[in-house]
Write a protein that binds this ligand. Structure first.
Ligand SMILES: Cc1cc2nc3c(=O)[nH]c(=O)nc-3n(C[C@H](O)[C@H](O)[C@H](O)COP(=O)(O)OP(=O)(O)OC[C@H]3O[C@@H](n4cnc5c(N)ncnc54)[C@H](O)[C@@H]3O)c2cc1C
Length: 309
């Protein structure tokens, strides 16, 4: 663990809570739904609502998470402004001494959620966690995609394996794939270490997904990279229904988001809510470690000096 991670991990929770405010909708299902509704009605922003929490081993807590997702789906009902996102390690799998446990349990839990969401045409994205979980996540995704149209997943451009993973997606089925650089710090044996190269790959994989008939969800806040994607998509007359853009709620990108919406594209925000604050705190610590500038943005926001970006 580096100095930066040590500093962030030792931050007191009340302070992290201050940092969390712009990035987390609040506590409870209703906070996620209310935020998503507000974003849609006020700014025409779509959402993907996510229950915070990962690396959970306790069976009763996992079962509670499944119930929370059921409640979220029932309360959302049929609508167009929100999809949902979930993580395998909050729904039944965990890793201990290099061994992964609970795949079948996790599959059944995610299947139950996808099945219920399908009844309301709600899309479900299976988030991608760190690389020991990539194979498992893709296995679960592919098994479910066989049966359901409303399920997608995430591929991280920093991983060397990602091109192969794209080529191995079901060829005869359109897959919605969130394409991002990846938030987890990965070892050099499996991942690119240079951020510029990760971004180069993100562009390359977005093109490959389009060429293979899939639906990339371009998840980045890098405005130059977004412009580059737009240039490619326009030049190649790719219909607006073939892709969308995604960002994290709280990252100040108002101007770019408006531009994307005015072009007629879907601009979707990741809207996490917590049942327990300790999970929101873990999420924010990871974001802080990945992007220490987050602190500066929060302080600017607190004092009303947003950049308007
Ligand atoms: C909708 C969505 C879903 C995601 N899902 C996953 C997933 O399932 N698995 C996974 O591994 N990763 C996921 N990520 C994270 C992603 O992989 C990146 O870590 C994250 O988006 C930052 O990369 P970037 O391309 O924006 O580039 P960066 O270079 O990191 O960011 C570009 C600029 O955006 C701003 N910025 C970025 N993040 C923040 C922040 N938190 N606070 C303030 N400013 C910020 C900064 O100005 C920064 O310079 C997701 C991201 C999004 C947007």
């Amino acid at each position: 663990m580096g100095f930066k991670e040590v500093m962030i991990n030792s931050m007191p929770s009340p302070l992290v809570k201050v940092f969390a405010r712009p990035y987390v909708a609040g506590q409870g299902v209703d906070s996620g739904i209310d935020t998503a509704k507000r974003l849609y009605h006020e700014k025409r922003l779509y959402s993907t609502i996510d229950l915070l929490g990962e690396e959970i081993k306790e069976k009763d807590e996992i079962e509670k998470n499944v119930q929370i997702y059921y409640e979220l789906i029932e309360k959302l009902g049929k609508q167009e402004f929100a999809s949902i996102s979930l993580k395998p390690t909050q729904l039944g799998v965990y890793r201990e001494n290099g061994i992964i446990y609970g795949e079948d349990f996790c599959y059944e839990n995610i299947k139950g959620i996808v099945e219920r969401a399908n009844a309301y045409s709600i899309h479900v994205t299976i988030d991608m966690e760190n690389h020991p979980f990539t194979d498992l996540t893709l296995r679960i995704f592919k098994a479910l995609r066989d049966e359901f149209e409303n399920v997608g997943t995430v591929l991280q451009s920093r991983l060397y394996r990602t091109k192969k993973d794209i080529l191995e997606l079901p060829a005869n089925k359109m897959c919605k794939i969130r394409t991002c650089i990846g938030i987890y710090k990965e070892p050099p044996e499996v991942a690119i270490q240079d951020k510029r190269k990760m971004k180069e790959k993100l562009f390359e994989y977005m093109v490959l997904l389009i060429e293979r008939g899939h639906y990339p969800e371009i998840a980045t806040h890098d405005e130059k990279l977004i412009e580059r994607c737009i240039e490619y998509l326009d030049k190649n007359n790719i219909p607006k229904e073939r892709y969308e853009f995604q960002m994290l709620m709280g990252v100040p990108r108002d101007k770019m988001q408006r531009k994307i919406i005015e072009r007629g594209n879907i601009m979707r925000l990741y809207v996490p809510f917590a049942e327990k604050w300790k999970y929101a705190i873990a999420y924010c610590k990871r974001r802080l470690a990945a992007n220490p500038m987050m602190g500066a943005y929060v302080i600017k926001n607190l004092f009303g000096k947003t950049t308007g970006r």
